[in-house]
Design a protein around this ligand. Structure first.
Ligand code: ADP
Length: 402
């Protein structure tokens, strides 16, 4: 039997998301989430094509080992057990691959220790990713396991975009540079945008706006990333659900010296209590729009700050690219909020950018154009699919392709 299925794992510090994909027809056989790992109220949510409606159960799940076992049980209950000979490989989302990993990579001991070496620049993400990989290796030691890095797509950035203007020796000693994240999504969406335009990725320049709870922009020239808004960590760039994005770095010294805050407290403030939630108490764009409709000034200001930053990046990346063929909106906010898309592009007609109100209002599933007929720059909604991209890359590298 040919093995044509790929299991995709995204292991966070307290959750594991999984999808089982059939590569013959790019279908999703099962998806699930184990969350609140380590708490009494852990929860497993599982949906599969075979089982129809999803199911959910709660109860303590002590660690990642137990979480993956719970996942394996759910899959087995639907006849999709991990012992299946149809499973070709396991693909892992790994957040930080540094400069070292420019491509998806089959995991061996050297790869594991390199991911470990990157922990100082990704203290929240890489340890959880490593735990997930090690546990999955014990479940199916015979299967190839592939790491697909969030940073890989951005390794093509020129030094002029990747380096910060700080002392070179200090930067190099601590591996401080712009790495960028959400790379799997930026890669997928920029390629899908080219396809939507009926052109090859090498023939188009695209600005990708990945607007989820985390948010980032990238400038993609001829299929290669030349700049992106996230930096050493995912904190830099756009205003996000709970992250500040760009600000004067001196704010941090000020909070330390004058505000008496510790590095950890400021880390939490800027990553978890800033952005939209810091500005107005909500990080869900639906809720913010609802409040704006009711005349809430604080929600309106939060929205305006979010849009102002987004516009600055669109303008900056028009300048970086020179010739822009398309701007693509993706992820939770980008795919669903017509208001954000309209506001982000409003007034940018001199740059060739505009949104057609009617097209923008249509809700749809697949990639679609929202710019007016004959516009100089295409504006598009292009749904992202990071799991499919991870599975595709994993299968290309480790599948049984004979
Ligand atoms: P992440 O993967 O970063 O957690 P997603 O890409 O799933 O995030 O995006 C989640 C966000 O998308 C939510 O916080 C919410 O702000 C936004 N969102 C989801 N659905 C809608 C909608 N219908 N309208 C506006 N915003 C939405």
């Amino acid at each position: 039997m040919t093995a044509t299925r790929v299991l995709v794992l995204n292991s966070g510090s307290s959750s594991v998301k999984y999808q089982l994909l059939e590569m013959r027809d790019s279908s999703r056989l099962a998806t699930g989430l184990v969350e609140r790992i380590g708490e009494q109220t852990s929860r497993v949510k599982h949906t599969s094509a075979a089982a129809g409606d999803g199911r959910e159960r709660t109860g303590p799940i002590a660690d990642h080992d137990a979480a993956l076992k719970a996942m394996a049980e759910e899959l087995a209950a639907d006849g999709l057990g991990l012992d299946s000979p149809e499973l070709a490989a396991i693909g892992h989302r790994v957040v930080h691959g540094g400069k070292y990993f420019t491509e998806p990579t089959v995991i061996d001991d050297t790869v594991l220790s390199e991911i470990e070496r990157l922990i100082p620049v990704a203290p929240l993400h890489n340890p959880a990713n490593l735990t997930g990989i090690r546990t999955a290796m014990t479940l199916r030691p015979d299967l190839p396991q592939v790491a697909v890095f969030d940073t890989a797509f951005h390794t093509t950035m020129p030094e002029s975009a990747a380096r910060y203007a700080i002392d070179v020796a200090t930067a190099d000693a601590h591996r401080i540079r712009r790495y960028g994240f959400h790379g799997t999504s930026h890669a997928y969406v920029s390629r899908e945008t080219a396809r939507l335009l009926g052109r090859a990725p090498e023939d188009v320049n695209v600005i990708v706006l990945h607007l989820g709870n985390g948010a980032s922009a990238s400038a993609v020239r001829a299929g290669r990333c030349v700049d992106t808004s996230m930096g050493l960590t995912p904190l830099e760039g756009l205003v996000m659900g709970t992250r500040s994005g760009d600000m004067d770095p001196a704010v941090i010294f000020h909070l330390m010296r004058v505000g008496g805050m510790s590095a950890d407290e400021i880390d939490t403030l800027l990553n978890k209590k800033s952005g939209l939630i810091g500005l107005c108490g909500d990080n869900d764009m639906r809720e913010i729009r609802r409040r704006i409709d009711e005349g809430d000034e604080q929600a309106k200001l939060a929205f305006d700050i979010y849009i102002h930053r987004l516009k600055k990046y669109i303008g900056a990346y028009c300048a970086v690219l020179g010739q822009v063929d398309a701007v693509a909106f993706t992820a939770g906010v980008g795919e669903n909020s017509a208001e954000v898309r309209a506001a982000a592009v409003a007034g940018l007609e001199p740059l060739g950018l505009a949104v057609d109100a009617e097209r923008n209002a249509v809700r749809g599933e697949g990639p679609r154009l929202i710019s007016p007929e004959g516009a100089r720059v295409a504006v598009a909604v292009v749904p992202t699919d990071e799991e499919m991209e991870i599975a595709t890359q994993t299968y290309a590298l480790a599948g049984n392709n004979d």
